[in-house]
Write a protein that binds this ligand. Structure first.
Ligand code: EPU
Length: 326
């Protein structure tokens, strides 16, 4: 990627002077990894983000919109363009509809909905990151997924240059997938439609979910959540090699989805360390930064895992984490 020219930078800064230069992305990612963003702008409202995008487009500046940085790996060299962080945290609850700006934290939304007596989103309580990012990746855990609760999404369709409101169907959600991963859109706000519940029961469910996360996933470590998608298969022969050596958990067979963490575990890779990055001893699909790890260390570990899982089980792992600046 080419360096931005002084003219490009000047043109941007003249219109949006609050933009920071050479902002270390390690300070904005859960992994605590990443070199500088040449330009870094925190957009407090959707129209501010839109203005920044339009200037970037006009000046030929590459741009990237980030949510909470919880599922993001930024290269050690950083990003030679503009990073826009969506920081609008406006939240409105009306009857059973919760409308949240893209920058609202998922956990905050989950607790607010529960307090208001709405059910069905307790599972969101322990997910790090923003609701915009959650919709983008159809985030989910413990049986829930964004696709089950999203009624509509307001976004900027970059190709058409207009604001659009998309229904749940139009978002084309799939496992850790959505329309937004395939065509450039910027998510501005999300409306969830939730069933009526009971505040006390929801609070109990939230406590249960948080304690399960504490037990099953690494705590207190810098990570980007699960690094790989679980492997979906249609053809049972995909499992031939794996079946010879291991008994595959029934739940995985039922869902036709083999856990990436389970595979990493079976490949004996938990605890493997490169530089200051480690495959978590607690869960095979989490790579943790032990302190001072580089993006290169994470990539090297990720390649090692992909190779070993391919060689041993004939299965291909795909990244779940988003990459920037590579
Ligand atoms: N397992 C192992 N060893 C491991 C990890 C898992 O044997 O090192 C076994 C577990 O014991 C369990 C099975 O594998 O029997 C599935 O593990 P888990 O319940 O942890 O679920 P997962 O499929 O590994 C998915 C999501 C997580 C989500 C959890 C809980 C993906 C890639 N991961 O993990 O989401 O929190 O379910 O619902 O879909 C994320 O997307 O970033 C993420 C963390």
């Amino acid at each position: 990627m080419k360096e931005l020219t002084p003219k490009q930078i000047r043109s941007f800064l003249v219109t949006i002077p609050s933009t920071k230069m050479d902002e270390p992305m390690a300070e904005h990612t859960y992994l605590k990894i990443g070199g500088p963003a040449r330009l870094y702008y925190v957009a407090a409202k959707a129209d501010e983000a839109l203005e920044a995008i339009k200037i970037a487009q006009k000046e030929g500046i590459p741009w990237y919109v980030m949510g909470g940085g919880s599922n993001l790996l930024v290269s050690d060299e950083g990003y030679r363009g503009l990073v826009i962080q969506m920081a609008d945290r406006t939240l409105e609850v009306k009857d059973r509809a919760v409308t949240a700006a893209a920058g609202v934290l998922i956990g905050f939304l989950a607790r607010k909905a529960a307090e208001k007596g709405l059910g069905g989103f307790e599972w969101g309580a322990g997910i790090p990151g923003t609701i915009g990012g959650a919709v983008y990746g159809n985030a989910g855990c413990f049986g829930g997924e964004m696709k089950d609760v999203t009624a509509s999404v307001e976004a900027y369709d970059v190709n058409r240059g207009e604001l659009v409101t998309l229904s749940n169907q139009e978002c084309r959600f799939g496992y850790r997938d959505s329309l937004f991963k395939h065509g450039p859109h910027v998510i501005f706000s999300v409306t969830l439609q939730l069933p009526s519940g009971n505040a006390a029961e929801s609070k109990m469910k939230i406590d249960e979910i948080i304690s399960r996360r504490r037990k099953e996933q690494p705590q207190g470590a810098f990570s980007a959540g699960c690094l790989f998608k679980n492997i979906e298969y249609t053809d049972d022969s995909t499992l031939d090699v794996l079946k010879r050596s291991y008994k595959i958990p029934t739940e995985m067979l039922r869902r036709k989805r083999i856990g990436a963490g389970w595979l990493v575990d079976k490949a004996g890779l938990k605890g493997t360390t490169i530089g200051n990055a480690q495959i978590s001893p607690a869960h095979g699909n989490f790579i943790v930064n032990l302190g001072g790890a580089r993006a290169q260390d994470i990539l090297a570990l990720s390649s090692l895992v992909k190779m070993k899982v391919r060689d041993e089980f004939g299965m291909l792992l795909e990244n779940e984490v988003q990459l920037l600046g590579f």
